[in-house]
Ligand binder design. Sequence first.
Ligand code: AMP
Length: 355
Amino acid sequence: MLALAGYQLGVEFKFFDPNSGAPVGQIGQLIAADYGNHAALSRFLDGVDVVTYEFESIPLSTIEFVAERVTVFPPVEALEIAQDRLLEKSLFQELGIPTAGFAPVESLQDLGDAAGRMGLPAVLKTRRMGYDGKGQTVIRDMSELAAAWKKVGGVPLLLEQYVSFQHELSVIGVRDSAGREVFYPPIENLHREGVLRRSIAPAPCATPEIAALATEYSRRLMERLEYVGVLALELFSADGRVLANEMAPRVHNSGHWTSEGAETSQFENHLRAILSLPLGATTPIGTSLMLNILGHIPPVQAVLAIEGAHLHLYGKAPTEKRKVGHVTVVAQDPAAIEAKVATLLEALEMSGAAL
Ligand code: AMP
């Protein structure tokens, strides 16, 4: 999606992915090799002016190797921090960005101590490599500590207070190397089993106060990190408070609606930022609702028959719960969205799409 937004600006692309069947191979030159393969990385870097990434589990050593040779945006430090929930939450704390209470956990003993201090319920998460709800478990009772440790333990962990949030939000900010910044309006996100299912923007739940706080937290992070590119910040809104959960130093699933629902998409703005081009307006065009399609290819005819529906398929083989595409519906009237989404859900469910 980044490249598709970039070709029309006259940008040329080359891609690196360990998977030789990566969907991006359908649209450009793909070098498929392990992240540790320096010869392949050097071949990839040959003739390249700027490198960016849209996956945050790339080994840091790979990005460091690249950054020693070619300019990399977003900055390596942002990736390093986003890869470790303890570094991430500590940075939020340093910047005065509220979070749920948290404590590092290295042993079952630590877990008992932290749970005793913090109280339950709490969420035990792996510090690294957790995404889409993987590597985490909710603990509701002290009797569940050993089972929780068995489930995710053996690696460095973080225990977090469970937040009884009313809504989940995200803010997508864009910053360039001259320090210019733009922000999309906050987005309201619905997750199920830890996986993003749908996003609506602008977020109906975001009062002007909530929107201002969320945007201010994103600004603090981008400025501290001397950030360049798109940064997504995921937040909980709970009783008027806004708590930061995590950040993603990349274009984000909750911003996919911007392709049709905003003046400039997050993909184009990410490229504009890393290429020192003027940033585009982030103004929304009406209300947008984005639905992720998980596990099944939907009936294209039925989806496209819905006025205002835009289908994006990623060219991925559908396996259970894998995100294989999304649909965005844009409407001027928020009330019209609901009716369109009902039709859309019907169309998608006919295919058995696991929404
Ligand atoms: P994460 O991997 O941290 O983004 O968590 C995935 C999802 O789990 C979030 O989007 C929330 O729905 C839920 N979650 C994560 N942390 C907490 C928490 N401290 N309290 C309540 N729910 C949480």
